[in-house]
Design a protein around this ligand. Structure first.
Ligand SMILES: Cc1ncc(COP(=O)(O)O)c(C=O)c1O
Ligand SMILES: N[C@@H](CCCC[NH3+])C(=O)O
Length: 449
């Protein structure tokens, strides 16, 4: 039986896994493990596909990368260079976007409980759109804009009443979600009235985000009909302008063989067509389409390299292979029951031998499993294992459980590797310099990283 992969992996002349033209074994040796590796060209290609597909729509559009998926300097620079905007949800995410050169008008600020200082920052730097998530927030946004005497572009996030996404915790468009303004009881309409009546708020359009790791187009069609229908209704009843419809993110990635998400092009064309048709039927020109892809840009571009340590055989015969990371760098298995594919870096297409092994982490937690049953060639302690599709929501949700430093991130491209984020040091995880000085007043400190 061949090892089934979700997508093809590159193998170099030595038969080793190649990431962005770099030998995975050499990367592990040079930078240590666990190591997040991000293939820069894979990210760029997906950014370009979104841009091209959106440019082909009658109303045009803008892809705003969802920073929450993975937001470090190296990534922000690529997003800026590829001409995308960014969906940001905190001051840190805003600062990094601006530092990387993303123009403020291409930023979309999210959050169901934005802080006063986030709202003020948005007004001050001229964030292009703030996505208002409640009537309460709209009030605060209006006050912040009025205080500064500056206009603020607003998208209203509505609840489209659509369920989609891999796990309950990833479904965000239904009526009991904490996100979005309810439509049925008239709150969304009221929000439109308030924005239109406010001297400093400018209604740019409407937003929906139905969920994450979505593997079919139908929920997108439904949500597009709802949001476009609402926009048209508001235009008719209130004369409300709608220059933009933002369909959020959510397109799935390939984690295991058999995952077949729709293509970027199919998603953009499908929702673009639905929105344009609804607007045309009301005699309105198509608005610009915004999308907020996170996972579909960066997930498959990322790989985590681990070093195999302890290998044990249970009484049942099950072989358990422990690696030097785990739920601290990948909490998604424990959180969502997510599934992954692992390959052996020295023989990534090698024929699996014996029973599939269970790959576990090194954390003090029984649920610290990375892959329940991984078919692999026989492996030994010291081998490097590569877990695929780890670019999205891994570093972003990593923790220091058991005192493990968050791994380093290396960007790879055309055979060159650059350190994007250095491995955390134990000192910066645990104390300020002042406290450390008091703990160890004499002698040099050593780094545990
Ligand atoms: C508002 C919003 N936009 C975009 C995204 C990005 O989603 P994904 O990474 O699934 O594309 C998310 C996260 O699910 C989100 O909450
Ligand atoms: N963080 C999640 C999905 C939620 C995305 C943000 N709304 C994941 O790892 O898949």
């Amino acid at each position: 039986m061949e090892l089934e992969l979700p997508f093809d992996v590159d193998v170099n002349r030595d038969g080793h896994l190649s990431l962005g033209g770099c030998d995975a074994l050499e990367l592990a040796e040079r930078w240590g493990t666990p190591l997040y590796v991000v293939d820069e060209q894979a990210v760029r290609q997906r950014c370009r596909r979104y841009r091209r597909a959106l440019e082909a729509l009658p109303g045009g559009g803008l892809a705003v990368y969802a920073a929450k998926a993975f937001w470090v300097g190296g990534m922000a620079r690529i997003v800026a260079e590829e001409g995308l905007g960014a969906d940001v949800s905190s001051e840190t995410e805003v600062h990094l976007a601006l530092a990387a050169g993303i123009p403020p008008e291409r930023l979309v600020l999210h959050g169901n409980n934005k802080s006063p200082s986030e709202m003020e920052l948005a007004v001050r730097v001229g964030v292009g759109r703030v996505v208002a998530d409640s009537l309460w927030e709209l009030e605060r946004l209006g006050e912040a804009a009025a205080r500064a005497g500056r206009p603020l572009g607003v998208l209203l996030r509505i609840q489209p009443g659509v369920r989609a996404g891999f796990h309950d915790a990833m479904q965000t468009g239904h009526e009991s979600s904490k996100f979005g303004i309810p439509v049925e009881d008239g709150q969304a309409r009221q929000a439109v009235v308030r924005v239109m009546g406010h001297p400093y708020l400018e209604l740019r359009g409407y937003h929906v985000h139905i969920g994450s790791q979505i593997l079919e187009l139908e929920p997108y069609r439904q949500a597009a009909r709802v949001v476009a229908g609402f926009a048209v209704q508001m235009a008719r009843e209130l004369g409300a302008p709608c220059a933009e419809i933002d369909m959020g993110g959510g397109l799935g990635a390939r984690y295991v063989a058999g995952d077949r998400p729709p293509s970027i092009e199919a998603l953009v064309e499908t929702v673009g067509r639905v929105v344009a048709d609804v607007f045309a039927s009301a005699g309105l020109a198509a608005p610009a389409l915004l999308v907020e892809p996170g996972r579909s840009i960066v997930a498959e571009a990322g790989t985590t390299l681990y070093r195999v340590g302890a290998i044990k055989r249970l009484a049942s015969g099950q072989v358990v292979v422990a690696v030097d990371g785990g739920m601290s760098d990948n909490p998604r298995v424990a959180l969502y029951g997510a599934r992954y594919t692992a390959v052996l870096a020295r023989d990534p297409r090698g024929r699996p031998e014996g029973r599939p092994v269970r790959i576990v982490g090194r954390l003090c937690e029984s649920g610290d499993v990375l892959i329940e049953a991984a078919p692999l060639p026989s492996l030994a302690s010291g081998d490097v294992l590569a877990v695929l599709t780890t670019g999205a929501y891994h570093l972003a949700m990593a923790s220091n459980y058991n005192g493990l430093p968050r791994p380093a991130v290396v960007g790879v491209s055309e055979g060159r590797a650059r350190l994007w984020v250095r491995r955390e040091r134990w000192e910066e995880m645990t104390a300020t310099d002042e406290v450390l000085a008091r703990l160890a007043p004499t002698g040099p400190r050593t780094s545990g990283a």
